[in-house]
Design a protein around this ligand. Structure first.
Ligand SMILES: NC(=O)c1ccc[n+]([C@@H]2O[C@H](COP(=O)([O-])OP(=O)(O)OC[C@H]3O[C@@H](n4cnc5c(N)ncnc54)[C@H](O)[C@@H]3O)[C@@H](O)[C@H]2O)c1
Length: 313
């Protein structure tokens, strides 16, 4: 198969590129390097089954040129940083909603029929400690990021129904791993490297979410594609446990071999406006399909903290 990976120079897309090449497929990474850089895919550049195209998916003509002849689109390109919309309110509209429309339309025009999309728990809004299943509603996101994921899902569903395409949508918990570009674990490691005596924690530290290692996310995406056959297949993907920000701080401090770190809280129950403090995903549908995330949330956080500390030391 020939795969077209948008955002493939980023954290998750680059891991998918490596996995697909290992499985013997051909892969094109298409990325504008908005928040990625080619360091994650440098090792692939000499592989004859691999191609890198620097381009923006909002430019439909460029996408049409690059996407022709591919069998499957893995769509990872987006602004992945929820807090960025505080200063740039249109960043998610541009890089998730408008970009996804142009990508889908380029697929329609070139006859590429299949797409997998990385959505997120943000589509559910702030549902408190309710375990949200895929049919939970009303869907009222509280961030531009969540709204843009919901908008992109809507476009994907509409294209599938009007133009006979097929889609697999994952609504993921927090995806973590040594190569991540942003997020609380990386933030804590960087802060503690700058000052090992004090750690600033956004909010009250009680925010809690499921954290999943990227290796298991790649497994889950490939499993869902292989085993679900509807026109539009939507699945929550998470482990059945969660980790608080306070626990993350404790794990990072241990992994950096630090002691007596003073924790300072900025206060309030969330990290920033738009942050959903408690995320609980109902994963019955995924489990019934036959897939289970193996690492607990705490184990995934520890593994990632160790990977980041090793990489930055
Ligand atoms: N990391 C998580 O916890 C998480 C959870 C759920 C969903 N997701 C989604 O997974 C996807 C990948 O996330 P990530 O953590 O790897 O982020 P990332 O920033 O590492 O990767 C995103 C890539 O998309 C590229 N990109 C952005 N806009 C583009 C455009 N208009 N045209 C071409 N390329 C563009 C960036 O340059 C970057 O390389 C995103 O859609 C993100 O929203 C991430």
């Amino acid at each position: 198969m020939k795969y077209f990976i948008t955002g493939g120079a980023g954290f998750i897309g680059s891991e998918m590129a490596k996995r697909l090449l290992k499985k013997g497929h051909k892969v094109t990474v298409y990325d504008n390097l908005l928040c990625g850089d080619t360091s994650r895919i440098d090792e692939l550049m000499n592989n004859p089954d691999f191609a890198f195209v620097k381009g923006d998916i909002r430019n439909k003509q460029e996408v049409i040129k690059a996407i022709k002849g591919h069998d499957f689109v893995m769509h990872f390109a987006a602004n992945p940083d929820i807090a960025k919309a505080i200063k740039h309110p249109d960043i998610d509209l541009k890089h998730s909603v408008i970009a996804t429309f142009h990508l889908l339309d380029a697929m329609r025009l070139t006859g590429v029929k299949k797409i997998a999309f990385t959505s997120g728990s943000g589509v559910y809004g702030d549902a408190g400690d309710t375990y949200t299943a895929e049919d939970y509603g009303p869907l009222l996101p509280i961030s531009m990021y969540g709204a843009s994921k919901l908008g992109a899902e809507g476009l994907i569903s509409a294209f599938c129904n009007q133009y006979d395409m097929q889609a697999w949508v994952g609504r993921f918990g927090n995806i973590i791993g040594g190569n991540q570009t942003h997020g609380v674990i990386l933030d804590f490691v960087n802060k503690l490297k700058n000052n090992p005596e004090k750690l600033e924690i956004l909010g009250d530290g009680k925010q809690s979410k499921p954290y999943i290692h990227v290796d298991e996310i790649i497994d889950s995406i490939l499993f869902i594609i292989e085993n679900s056959k509807e026109n539009v297949n939507v699945f929550n993907v998470a482990c059945d446990s969660f980790t608080s920000v306070n626990k993350i701080a404790e794990i990072v401090i241990q992994e950096m071999n630090l002691e007596n770190v003073k924790l300072e809280y900025t206060g309030g129950n969330r990290g920033w406006k738009g942050d959903v403090p408690v995320v609980r995903l109902d994963i019955k549908k995924l489990n019934e399909l036959g897939f289970k995330i193996k690492l607990s949330s705490d184990q995934a956080v520890r593994k990632t903290a160790r990977e980041i500390v090793t990489k930055l030391s």
